[in-house]
Design a protein around this ligand. Sequence first.
Ligand code: UDP
Length: 502
Amino acid sequence: MASRLSDSLHFVMIPLMAQGHMIPMFDIARILGERGIASTIYTTPLNASRFRGTMSRARELRYPIRLVEVPFRSKEVGLPDGCENLDTLPSPDLLQKFHSAVEKMQEPVEDHIRLHDPPPSCIISDRALFWTAETARKFRVPRFLFNGMSCFSRLAMHNVEQHYHSSLGYYLNLPHKEPFEVLGMPQSFKIRKSQLPATFGPLPNLEDVRAKVHEAEKSSQGLIINSFDELEQGCVGLYEKAINQKIWCIGPVSLCNKNERDRLDRGNQAPEEVKRSMEWLDAMKPKTVIYACLGSLCRLVPDQLVELGKGLEASNRPFIWVMKTGGNERTLELEKWLRDERFEERIQGRGFLIRGWAPQLEILSHRSIGAFLMHCGWNSTLEGMCSGIPMITWPQFAEQFVNEAMVVDVLRIGVRVGVDMAVKFGEEAKVGVLVKEGQVLRAIEEVMSSGEEGEERRKRAIEYSEKGRKAVEDGGSSRSNLSQLIQYVMQELKRQEDIDDV
Ligand code: UDP
């Protein structure tokens, strides 16, 4: 337990504006709030509006969480209006401008910290926000980094860089086509060069940001990870050693959303008709429904999504299919296909389409869900695992192929849909269709099979969900790691006070 000193603690939290980064930060604020620790989250107006439901729930629960809006200077950097989150960015060419506008948040954030009580005790910053290193220095507080990935995937990427990075630059010394073994892991697994994150190659216009992020990383006091020790297969200690920094695993953070009200508006408000999908789920038999959602940043081409829709339909099983909307060419084309094919009429009663934001956590916690077809974003991976259901893995980019290997090869709670290469932001059309209807169908059949292998997979999924739950309960590893983090912050504050007294 944290001592009474913790009553005066104040955590400043600055997330990167992407749903997979913001949502777990809000969960961390709630977990701190449960312990009576105050936090202030800084974000821009559009992002703040998405978390209205979360904030009103926090107020009801009397959690001391403050959400502060700072302007996003999109016009100044030449970004279109409304591009305040990575999910609204139309093209990768705008990434540099997005980062410039994010950098301009430093001044209003620091002004607010300076002018408002209580003073910060520490900063939890997204790894990408390199300028928070300076903010922490100015206010003389420790700074911890959060970037939403597991230790397993971070260690894997670190090891690939160590063992295979060529001195010639970003050209990796790797076999071109065949999968290669990632060395230095407690449990070995294979991956292909084509599945590595784009960060393994040159990042046009973003080299400067990358260098600053690397530099700022060095001054952080450690990493906060949304995971738990028992899941990480020994990677926490190995990664701590590799980067010579402290790591606190305090997850799965999504488990702080204990009831329906917490889960329904988590991350954004789900439309009313979507909330009706919950009634539809009530009518389904236990563990029969496939829930398919490919994350908040899915930009797959319409032809690819059509294959997914056809595969879901062909499975003859009940399903929920989440598709992102936005009035762009991609979504209009998919809508046209749905209309022309009378898709929704054909699947009536058996399938449910969600356009826009799905209350994912609430859906996953429903007893009728039998499997989760997901893109291996780390939050979705953990959320699926905590629900105790097996998964179908359809990774697209970033570290998602490593998460897939963890789910399928190491934890053995998932089945691959079979994607061989990453889809880079902006190159979706070039890549086209990577997964056919038949592959979707085969993966669904395999994951839902009542054979011995399927039963064993389901059993393991339940075991991991129980381990996750235990980690955040009294006496659990994540709960005690959070207490240690709080202690660490208090010691640092005391140390700073002693220095000031001299
Ligand atoms: N999410 C959601 N509804 C959606 C899409 C996503 O609630 O319609 C949530 C999901 O539960 C997860 C986060 O958004 O918490 C997505 O993070 P993840 O790391 O899985 O993937 P990303 O979107 O960053 O690729």
